[in-house]
Design a protein around this ligand. Structure first.
Ligand code: AMP
Length: 191
């Protein structure tokens, strides 16, 4: 399975990506997690990304694309992958196409988790209390949702135009959302 999980911050992409990764035996690749690990480890990449992340802005494409290209060149993506948090704008989507073309593979599906704006704001504020993420303050959350609406949301039309988009209701119980995703993925292989 080669899939992208789309959806606003707080829609549950990370949780669902972990579950799908286990179910289908493909790695979940979260650009946010990779950036956070680099910030935590104080690497050069982390230093480059940190200010953008803390502001709720996108890390520049040149940095992000190079990181994803490197990750997709690793052996464990041979059976597929689940991208969580990438691409985040149309230029990254074009870049991803080039990377996959070089690897000689194609995307199977783009799963969009749809979520209510107020609900995701509440979820993110709740997560901020639990995890203490530096980018989970109210102002930064608002900005991340704006960035999503402006830069990332256009990707739904981009992938819909290519017949790859499947929209899934991301609201409700976590298990129910997983079942909807699994049903959508399984229906792809049955003609
Ligand atoms: P996430 O955990 O996916 O919400 O990502 C956390 C932060 O990492 C984002 O707010 C961005 O600052 C940065 N980030 C993650 N993925 C990308 C991406 N594809 N392009 C640019 N910045 C990203």
């Amino acid at each position: 399975m080669r899939a992208i999980l789309l959806g606003p911050p707080g829609a549950g992409k990370g949780t669902q990506a972990a579950r799908l990764s286990e179910r289908y035996g493909v790695p979940a690749i979260s650009t946010g997690d990779i950036f956070r690990a680099n910030v935590g480890g104080g690497t050069g990449l982390g230093l480059q990304a940190k200010e953008y992340m803390n502001a709720g802005a996108l890390v520049p494409d040149s940095i992000t694309n190079a990181m994803v290209k490197d990750r997709l060149s690793q052996d464990d993506v041979g059976n597929g992958f689940l991208l969580d948090g990438y691409p985040r704008n149309p230029d990254q989507a074009v870049e991803l196409d080039l990377m996959l073309g070089d690897l000689g593979v194609k995307l199977d599906v783009v799963l969009e988790l749809t979520a209510d704006f107020d609900e995701v704001t509440q979820r993110l504020l709740g997560r901020a209390l639990k995890e203490g993420r530096a980018d989970d303050t109210e102002d930064v959350i608002r900005h991340r949702l704006e960035v999503y609406a402006e830069s990332t949301a256009p990707l739904t039309a981009f992938y819909e135009g290519r017949g790859l988009l499947v929209q899934i209701d991301g609201m409700g119980e976590i298990d129910d959302v997983t079942e909807r995703l699994v049903a959508a993925v399984n229906s792809l292989s049955t003609p």
